[in-house]
Design a protein around this ligand. Structure first.
Ligand code: ATP
Ligand code: MG
Length: 739
């Protein structure tokens, strides 16, 4: 089984694998460990990653970049709408309401959804990993920004399926860095000691993320996260480009806003200039030949000017840092170090702000580009049953508060902050409702303003088959809600609990019959905040579309589910972080649930628990049918790319043979071919070359193979005569030596 971690960045991706007992970052077919997040569609095939880089300018209408921030977002999202003018390709609305791209592919106008484009990039990363590992890759851990909403996470998860990957975990960027930091540290405080608190800051291309992590030996706990999802390196590039657009308009009378190609070139040059200014404070120049209207342009900037132009961006850097300190209540003296990663932390002004906020120099001991991928590979190794890795518990936290809402029978709205912000994750909670009829629960982000997403809805879940008790009373319904290992909320289980007559009941191994403890009465969360047992039923919300299993993304934790089930009496079941099959399900701050479950229970009642079907309707849900459809299309495109590659290889072989033989028949092989044969051969080679550039330009692979065979029929005897002749003295010498 493969152990692979992918950091899919907005600008570029890194892949780390576990090999020979260590984690290493691997290179792509261009021997580069950095694979650009670019997908280019051409008239013949797809170019992805490094191969697509050259297409950014030459084929900009069909070359998709910056798509990481569009996945799982509605087309009418203000952020998406704001982004569109910056993108040189055509963004369209999909029937699902999501984002798609209209491109020319294979000579036809085609629309791809952002999930498909994302899947194409993942396909490429899969191939790179496979080439390095020399075996098929399925299991991966993929990084996500900690601020991704459920919808974005689900969309990315769907994309991973489309690429034929089995994503063991969507892993938050900064947590991945935390894991890469902690697992090798030998000097972490013992479990009972005060933890070592470390701040991780990742400023990438499209966003800024911060986390506070508490480390003890063998364990990390994310205390809190904060972010500016709209502040990254690209914002600086755009600011610089705006500056030069004005400058060039004045000095060269060219308007870059009217020319997309020029716009892309300017942005690329600004990024280069920005990087130069990170290591030089003096005046640095930017030159673009033949920019517009055949004019060469040049401009210059000092670091001070850069900081002035980007002042409003720089002003935003301290906000997430301060918010995190405030929310986690960490004091400066509690912070052991500040670790920075992500390309944009190389900007001196950004570093200076971090230094100022925390009162200490940030540490750059982590590999700024590769730490996320390495953390993902480590997590993948920990989740992989075949790989042995040091035990290290990872306790995530929820970036946003999640609330559950329901309609109470007397038209009263019920509302519960079920997973407050920074609550531990993964985590399950058991709720109890008293109902006579099926009922619906709606999950929402509690504070829409803090969510980097336009829609606060997560989805609604209808608990079906609820009927009154025999006595006509409201039935007791237990509902399990959960934030899973990917950071996604769902209602995972519902059951109706009936009291059985006092007479002893034969437990026959049927799962429907379970023993429960009295303890459950004491620990229901509804006692905290008004989610009171209701005595009357209510009308279910009628928004369900299909009956797919809500456990879709939870399949990897079946054992944990069982575990949790056995502890039904607890309100809160912190989950195993997936390292092993649930044996440490009570890791971390498991509060009191473990104690409750392990205490011998004195007073027992017999109850019967029957599972109830849950119908869900999630915001911008991608159906299994759609995923399968995209998977098939991706498969066809992979086959097509493979054929195109083989075709190109076959064509290249013919071309190479022509060039090689044409010169050699006058040099090395001169003595071994008659004048007459040479003329015929050279003529044939010439004809073949002409054919290659004309009607033979785009033939099937076998046509090239046949062509090559024909040429070789003429050329091989010459090569043979030459080889034999040259081998003779050698053989003779060897014979001599042997004698
Ligand atoms: P994201 O995390 O937002 O999805 P990403 O992971 O692709 O994006 P990174 O690779 O961490 O982003 O960082 C890329 C950004 O860092 C780019 O904007 C790039 O210009 C910037 N960058 C890289 N090196 C430097 C440097 N020396 N000085 C300034 N900026 C730099
Ligand atoms: Mg990144």
């Amino acid at each position: 089984m493969s152990v692979v971690g992918c950091d899919v960045g907005n600008l570029s991706c890194f892949i780390a694998v576990a090999r020979q007992g260590g984690i290493e970052t691997v290179a792509n077919e261009y021997s580069d460990r950095n694979t650009p997040s670019i997908v280019s569609l051409t008239s013949k095939e797809r170019e992805i990653g490094s191969a697509a880089k050259s297409q950014i300018i030459s084929n900009f209408k069909n070359t998709i970049t910056n798509f990481k921030r569009l996945i799982g977002r509605p087309f009418n999202d203000p952020f998406v709408q704001n982004e569109i003018p910056n993108l040189p390709y055509k963004v369209v609305e999909m029937p699902s309401g999501g984002v798609g791209f209209q491109v020319m592919y294979g000579g036809e106008q085609t629309v791809f959804s952002v999930e498909q484009i994302y899947a194409m990039l993942l396909t490429k990363l899969k191939v790179i990993a496979e080439t390095n590992l020399k075996k098929p890759v399925n299991d991966v851990v993929i990084s996500v920004p900690s601020f991704y909403s459920d919808t974005e996470r689900r969309a990315l998860f769907a994309a991973s399926k489309v690429a034929g990957l089995h994503c063991l975990r969507l892993f938050n960027d900064t947590t991945a860095v935390g894991l890469a930091y902690g697992i090798y540290k030998q000097d972490l405080p013992a479990p009972e000691e005060k933890p070592r608190n470390v701040i991780f800051v990742d400023v990438g291309h499209s966003a800024m993320q911060v986390s506070a992590v508490a480390f003890n030996k063998g364990k990390l706990k994310v205390l809190g996260v904060s972010f500016d999802p709209y502040l990254g390196g690209r914002n600086f590039d755009r600011k610089m480009a705006e500056h030069f657009a004005v400058d060039f308009k004045q000095r060269y009378k060219v308007d870059v806003t009217t020319n997309k190609r020029a716009g892309i070139r300017l942005l690329t040059e600004c990024e280069k200039l920005k990087k130069t200014l990170s290591s030089n404070s003096g005046k640095m120049t930017l030159n673009i030949e033949c920019f517009m209207e055949d004019k060469d342009v040049s401009g210059s900037m000092t670091r001070a000017m850069f900081e002035e132009i980007c002042a409003d961006l720089l002003e935003r850097v301290d906000k997430p840092l301060k918010r995190l300190v405030e929310e986690t209540k960490l004091k400066k003296e509690d912070i052991y170090s500040v670790e920075i990663v992500g390309g944009s932390t190389r900007i001196p002004a950004v570093k200076a702000i971090i230094t100022q906020v925390f009162g200490m120099e940030p540490s750059t001991t982590m590999n700024a580009d590769e730490a996320v991928a390495r953390g993902c590979a480590l997590q993948c190794a920990m989740l992989s049953p075949t790989f042995k890795v040091r035990d290290f518990t990872v306790i995530e936290c929820c970036p946003y508060s999640v609330s559950l809402l329901w309609k109470a029978p007397l038209e009263e709205e019920g509302n519960m902050d079920i997973f407050p912000k920074h609550h531990q994750a993964p985590f399950s909670k058991m709720l109890t409702f008293y109902r006579k009829e099926p009922f619906a629960l709606q999950a929402k982000y509690s504070n829409p303003s803090e969510v980097a997403f336009p829609c606060p809805d997560i989805g609604s879940f209808t608990i079906n088959n609820v009927v009154p008790t025999k006595e006509g009373e409201a039935a007791k319904v237990k509902v399990k809600v959960r934030i899973n290992i990917h950071g996604v909320f769902s209602v995972t289980q519902a059951s109706i609990v009936e009291k059985l007559p006092e007479a002893p009941v034969q437990v026959n191994g049927n799962n429907d019959v379970s023993m429960e403890t009295e303890a459950e009465a004491n620990v229901k969360p509804e006692s905290q905040n008004g989610a009171k047992p209701q005595n009357e039923g209510q009308t279910p919300m009628d928004t369900q579309q299909n009956e797919t299993n809500t456990e879709e993304m939870n399949s990897e934790t079946t054992n944990q589910e069982t575990n949790a089930e056995q502890k039904e009496q607890s309100d809160s079941v912190p989950e195993n972080n997936g390292q092993d099959d649930g044996k440490n399900a009570e890791n971390g701050d498991a509060k009191d649930s473990k104690k409750k479950t392990e205490k011998p229970v004195e007073k027992k009642k017999k109850t019967k628990s029957t599972d109830l079907p849950i119908l869900h309707s999630l915001f911008m849900e991608i159906s299994d049918t759609d995923i399968n459809d995209m998977f098939e299309k991706e498969g066809k495109m992979i086959m097509h790319d493979k054929q195109e590659m083989e075709k190109a290889d076959a064509r290249n072989s013919v071309e190479e043979y022509v060039y090689d033989m044409r010169s050699k028949v006058y040099e090395r092989f001169e003595k071994y071919i008659s004048e007459e044969d040479r003329t015929v051969f050279v003529n044939t080679l010439q004809q073949t070359e002409d054919w290659l550039y004309e009607e033979g330009e785009n033939e099937q692979k076998n046509v090239y193979c046949t062509k090559l065979a024909e040429l070789k029929k003429m050329g091989d005897p010459v090569v043979r005569r030459y080889t034999e002749d040259n081998a003779r003295p050698d053989a003779f010498n060897q014979l001599g030596a042997a004698l």
